[in-house]
Design a protein around this ligand. Structure first.
Ligand SMILES: Nc1ncnc2c1ncn2[C@@H]1O[C@H](COP(=O)(O)OP(=O)(O)OP(=O)(O)O)[C@@H](O)[C@H]1O
Ligand SMILES: [Mg+2]
Length: 156
């Protein structure tokens, strides 16, 4: 039988990624997966460019550290809310999200990635956000793409 031991849920903390996490949790429980990996990739330089502090003073180490701490707190909260009752491996990386997600999946022998079509930018992209599209193209394993307004997995 096909065994899915390690399931990866990348998150940008959006509502869309919460929806993907619900699928990952259900699948992990039913398929008795060993662990669910929950990964956030911080785009720190890009985050800084969008703040006025960058233009005024340049990014101080302290400011970067603050962003790291906030992201880690958000990741802990995301896991506590969306992935209860399964073994979770928390992962936090910095760089380009799709590159790090694909690399992480390869390095950690991930068997399945569960990702949402959209993320924080919302539905301005017709079909896929740029991260989910690149993950589907480049992933070393199957990818379950959860669409917006997907039917609930468990029927009432
Ligand atoms: N920085 C990130 N770290 C981890 N996962 C991410 C990250 N960014 C996006 N993802 C994952 O990819 C999914 C789709 O997000 P994506 O970024 O592709 O869409 P978008 O934000 O709507 O569009 P875009 O970013 O291209 O403007 C998210 O729900 C999330 O699961
Ligand atoms: Mg995005």
């Amino acid at each position: 039988m096909l065994k899915l031991k390690r399931i990866l849920v990348p998150t940008d903390f959006s509502d869309f990624s919460e929806q993907a996490a619900r699928y990952a949790l259900e699948l992990a429980t039913r398929l008795e997966a060993e662990e669910v990996h929950c990964l956030h990739v911080s785009e720190i330089p890009a985050d800084l460019l969008s703040t006025s502090a960058y233009y005024m003073t340049g990014p101080s180490e302290q400011f970067i550290e603050q962003i790291r701490e906030e992201s880690l707190k958000s990741l802990d909260a995301f896991i506590a809310k969306n992935l209860p009752g399964v073994t979770v491996r928390k992962a936090f990386l910095e760089g380009r999200p799709f590159v790090e997600i694909v690399r992480y999946a390869r390095d950690n022998q991930i068997d399945l990635i569960v990702i949402s079509t959209h993320g924080r930018s919302g539905i301005k992209h017709a079909l896929f956000g740029s991260v989910s599209e690149q993950v589907v193209r480049k992933a070393p394993c199957p990818v379950l793409v959860v669409k917006r307004d997907e039917r609930e997995f468990v029927m009432p």
